[in-house]
Structure formats: structure tokens, C-alpha cells
Design a protein around this ligand. Structure first.
Ligand code: PEP
Ligand code: MN
Length: 355
């Protein structure tokens, strides 16, 4: 990591970047109000730090061994002294700011009428962003894979319904990109690209999605430790895209017999992650519990734990839903969750939200 002097010129910064390239590393230039910091992407052992320390405009040059240095709290504080917390902007919505943000919608987009009706319901309930899966990751090849699996034309049509529903009810939209072949098409239609839990480790997909320069909602794999989760988020940041919204969605439950929840909601990971990174962290109580009767309580708990927002599966008639009906709540129930969570969020001090 190279910290530039407060008055370092653009030429001096460009010179340091040129030098890092000479040693086969990429430079991540972060310009703060007070100073510029250059993070090194690649094997830092190749860098003679004593050489960099004496280049014009350089204040300090040092090796940082954390696997997720570009998204680390320390790095963020060097160029943004104010809060050490990044605000991810999507349209006029600020994620990670002083209000919680709610993403809601069905597990899967099923029809134009369905996504419009749900969009209307969640907007009235107070949600900010519309979700809807088009390329669904499923455990069985025999179950519904999302409309995107029916062909390119069907995928594009479903994406356009999602987009139109979002425009109609003035909400940005998000959907999951499950594979590299879906990236270009999906990025044409959505405001936020979602990387699902199962793809957390797919570094080629992460790199490709990062290059779209759109915000990314990045879900934790159900078997990943926090350090691994952050280390893979670093692949996105290493492409120069720091608009990453992390999302805790539950990990594999332990023990024999019934566990009564689909996953184990790792709530303590929320404040733990906030101490490590400046990126906002969300929670998904729907997939974490797999139970609609637990969504309200666990939404409140996640906000109390310091989450910047929630992703909640919602359907006007969960019994009718093609996928994940058992964990969906109705727009009326969503309104109750949002109202309560807004109150809880107001009670939590900024310090407890990682600020
Ligand atoms: C989803 O949000 O649609 C989803 C499939 O979640 P996860 O990747 O967390 O299982
Ligand atoms: Mn689902």
C-alpha cells in the first residue's frame, strides 16, 4: 500500500502507478478528500518498498498482508476520513447511509402480471428496490430453473418485465447472474447485479460482473467463513468496483435431526464484518430461515445487529408461488416488517452500525 502526501500531484500519482506496473502489479487508486492511497493488486512481495518510499509525492509505502485489504476498514479510513463507511448509490437510493434499505420481490419472476402486482405491493409497503430471479440456482435439475432457462428470448422478455415494473413503480431492480454467459444481457436491464451464495467462489464470474461497473449484491456462501467471504469480495474491488453490498444469508446448520430452519442465520457476522470493511452489509432472513413465520423476528434481529438493509422474498399469494413459497411473506406483512425495522434502525447508534 502506498500513501501519497497530502499535496501530491496527479503526475506523482501517475508515476507511482507506472512503477507498480513495472513490477507486474495493478494499482488501485483511491482519491479521498485529504489524500490519495494506492492499493497494490497482486503479489506484493515483488515490490521493493524502499524504492517506492522515496518516489516523489510518496508519504509511506508498506506491505499489507490482509487478503481483503482493498475493502478493509483501515484502507477506507485512509481516503475517507469522515466515516469509514461506503455509501453505494443506486438511482436516488443510498445504501449504507442513515436509513435502512429494503429489497423485496418474488423468488422468481413468473409472469409480467405477477411482477407488476408484486412491485405495486412492495412499493406501497415501503420497499426501495425490486428483486426477482430469472436465472435460478436450483438443487434439482427437475425443478423450475427460472424463465431465463427457457431460452435467450424468454430471458430477455422476463428481464424487460422486471425493468418495466421497476420503472413503473419507481424502483431500481436487481436479479441474480448465475453464469458468465448471462452477464452482458442481465447488465443491460438491471441496476444491481446479484451474485448468489453458490457462486461466491466463482472468481471468473466475479471479475466479469465487476467490470460492468454496476453495484453488486454479493451473498455469502453457506459454507464460507467470514474471512473467505471478504476475500472473494476483494476480487470485485480489485477490478476497481467498490460498489459491493455484502449479504449474510445463513450458513449450513449443525447437528442431527430436524434443524427447523433452512440455514443458520449468522447474525454475529453482521457486526463482525462491519469492523473489518467499509462496505455495507445486508441480511436475507428469507433464505436464512426458510420460514415465513420467522421472517419478521429475524428481520428485526438483523437490523438490531447493524445491517444496512434487508432482502425479503415477497409475494401477494405465497401459496401460489412457483419457488420458495414457504418463506415468502405478503406485502402487508412486509409493511409491518419495514415499519418495525425503521424504528429499530433509529434506536441503534451509528457506532453499532460500523460508523
Ligand atoms: C436468491 O436470493 O434468489 C437466492 C437464490 O439466494 P441464495 O443465493 O442466498 O441462496
Ligand atoms: Mn428464493
Amino acid at each position: 500500500m502506498i500513501i501519497m502526501k497530502a499535496g501530491a500531484t496527479e503526475e506523482e500519482v501517475a508515476n507511482v502507478v507506472k512503477e507498480t506496473k513495472k513490477f507486474g502489479l495493478k494499482a488501485d487508486v483511491s482519491r479521498g478528500e485529504f489524500r490519495t492511497v494506492i492499493g497494490l493488486v497482486g503479489d506484493e512481495r515483488k515490490i521493493p518498498f524502499s524504492h517506492f518510499a522515496v518516489l516523489p509525492g510518496v508519504k509511506e509505502a508498506m506491505m499489507v498482508e490482509t487478503p481483503y485489504k482493498l475493502i478493509s476498514k483501515e484502507y477506507g479510513k485512509l481516503f475517507d476520513e469522515e466515516s469509514g463507511c461506503r455509501i453505494v448509490k443506486v438511482g436516488n437510493i443510498s445504501i449504507g447511509g442513515d436509513k435502512p434499505v429494503f429489497i423485496a420481490g418474488p423468488c422468481a419472476v413468473e409472469s409480467k402480471q405477477q411482477i407488476f402486482k408484486i412491485a405495486e405491493g412492495i412499493k406501497k409497503a415501503g420497499a426501495h428496490i425490486l428483486r426477482g430471479g430469472i436465472f435460478k440456482p436450483r438443487s434439482s435439475v427437475h425443478s423450475f430453473q427460472g424463465l431465463g432457462a427457457e431460452g435467450q428470448g424468454e430471458a430477455e422478455e422476463a428481464l424487460s418485465w422486471l425493468r418495466e415494473a421497476g420503472e413503473n413503480y419507481e424502483m431500481p431492480v436487481i436479479t441474480e447472474v448465475r453464469g458468465e454467459t448471462q452477464v452482458d444481457l442481465t447488465a443491460k436491464y438491471v441496476d444491481i447485479l446479484q451474485i448468489g451464495a453458490r457462486n461466491m467462489y466463482d472468481q471468473d464470474l466475479l471479475t466479469m460482473v465487476a467490470r460492468k461497473n454496476k453495484p453488486i449484491l454479493f451473498k455469502r456462501h453457506f459454507g464460507a467463513g467470514v474471512e473467505e467471504f471478504l476475500s472473494f469480495a476483494e476480487y470485485i474491488a480489485a477490478e476497481g468496483n467498490k460498489d459491493v453490498i455484502l449479504c449474510e444469508r445463513g450458513i449450513i446448520p449443525v447437528g442431527k435431526g430436524k434443524s427447523y430452519t433452512r440455514y443458520t442465520f449468522d447474525l454475529a457476522a453482521i457486526p463482525a464484518i462491519q469492523k473489518e470493511t467499509y462496505l455495507p452489509i445486508f441480511a436475507d432472513p428469507s433464505h436464512a430461515t426458510g420460514r415465513r413465520d420467522l421472517v419478521h423476528n429475524m428481520s428485526c434481529a438483523a437490523i438490531a445487529a447493524g445491517a444496512s438493509g434487508l432482502m425479503i422474498e415477497t409475494h401477494y399469494d405465497p401459496a401460489e408461488a412457483w419457488v420458495d413459497g414457504q418463506q415468502m411473506i405478503t406485502p402487508d406483512e412486509l409493511k409491518d416488517v419495514i415499519d418495525t425495522c425503521n424504528r429499530i434502525f433509529g434506536l441503534i447508534s451509528p457506532a453499532s452500525k460500523g460508523k
